[in-house]
Design a protein around this ligand. Structure first.
Ligand code: ZN
Length: 365
């Protein structure tokens, strides 16, 4: 009889791995700010709520995200973060990243406050943070960690709207919960139970995860030492995601933020209604070139949920002007804004949901 090489971890081995993990976890973890889950009006049907939650935190594609460092001296660590922005951009996405010298111009404001952990707000939640405050922090020296670059890529992944992959309900991870709480309570993380629950044990809403499969190599997945995962049993001795972005990370970031070209813009003229021939999650881009300087109204029509963002082209760069998001509401997204003759504007509309396919349109007047 042939003996299988794969034997279940013995009780003894299991116990000793818990004991060692109780002393500490070798990994420093990211701890997300705790934002209450979005609640919907009872009139919003579950399908509509699912589609909204899938896209809720994502930026409209084509947004230029400006980032600012509070610490203006720490160039070695800042270079790691700059490099990490480049790693996302190199995938070939439609978002742009630009470093700026003033926190007032930055959507992303980055600190290196020691003792405050690694964290970032998720996606458009960064817009709710006060202009003087950080939206991202690196609590341990990135230059002291062999995977410091992956930490920076991970935090930027949150800013792009991606959640923790180890909390994917499709992962099927069964935790040794008390071992997890004990390992995280020890240095270097020093987390209380609530924080450990929020960032590890809790399964996140399936509508906010990408795809139906678990990606154990995602850059959004934590590494875990032995003794924390009970199932799948092959990870009882620990799980370490492969370094860098996984193939699935690249696929999903391009799904939400595909590369854009000038051909993607359709001209939207006053009093002309244009149909949004897109599926939920997709985006249309319009070019506005007013002949008269005055106030304009821009609005969507049809039973739908959209996020609509207007940018003005200033010296070849698109600057945010105004936006509206009618998701989960019973009104339509609308913007009233003064536009100037001879200037050029880009309107980006992302569809969360429409009651009938293709029956949403946009008009300016
Ligand atoms: Zn994280």
């Amino acid at each position: 009889m042939v003996q299988s090489n794969i034997s279940p971890v013995s009780e003894q081995e299991h116990l000793s791995s818990i004991l060692s993990s109780e002393q500490s976890s070798p990994f420093t973890y990211c701890s997300l700010p705790q934002i209450p889950e979005r609640e919907f009006d009872p009139s919003v049907n579950p399908n509509r709520a699912n589609l909204i939650q899938f896209l809720d935190k994502k930026w409209v594609n084509g947004t230029i995200l400006h980032y600012y460092f509070f610490d203006q001296t720490n160039d070695t660590e800042k270079n790691i973060v700059r490099q990490a922005f480049g790693i996302w951009k190199q995938v070939g996405i439609g978002l742009e990243f630009k470093e700026v010298n003033s926190p007032d111009e930055a959507e992303i404001r980055i600190g290196f406050v020691r003792g405050d952990g690694h964290w970032s707000y998720v996606g458009r939640d960064v817009l709710s943070v006060g202009r003087d405050d950080r939206t991202m922090n690196f609590g341990w020296d990135l230059t002291q960690s062999p995977n410091g670059i992956d930490t920076a890529v991970h935090e930027i992944g949150h800013t792009l709207g991606f959640p923790h992959e180890h909390q994917n309900p499709n992962a099927g991870i069964v935790w040794d919960e008390e071992a997890v709480y004990a390992a995280l309570a020890a240095p270097p993380n020093n987390w209380d139970r609530q924080r450990t629950y929020h960032n590890i044990i809790r399964k996140i809403n399936p509508d906010t995860v990408q795809g139906s499969n678990w990606d154990r190599d995602s850059v959004m997945h934590y590494p875990f030492p032995a003794g924390l995962i009970l199932e799948p049993s092959q990870y009882r001795n620990g799980l370490k995601p492969a370094p860098g972005l996984s193939e699935r990370d690249k696929t999903w970031v391009k799904t939400f933020y595909p590369a854009l070209s000038d051909d993607d813009d359709t001209e939207l003229k006053p009093f002309e209604s244009l149909r949004l021939r897109i599926a939920p999650g997709e985006q249309m881009n319009f070019r506005l070139q007013p002949n008269v300087t005055r106030y304009y109204d821009i609005r969507t029509f049809g039973i739908s949920d959209t996020v609509m963002v207007l940018f003005e082209e200033v010296n070849g760069e698109l600057r945010y002007l105004s936006a509206d998001d009618d998701s989960g509401q019973d009104y339509n997204a609308s913007i009233r804004v003064r536009l100037f003759q001879g200037r050029r504007y880009i309107l980006r509309i992302r569809l969360y949901y429409s009651d009938r396919a293709g029956e949403t349109s946009v008009m300016m007047w």
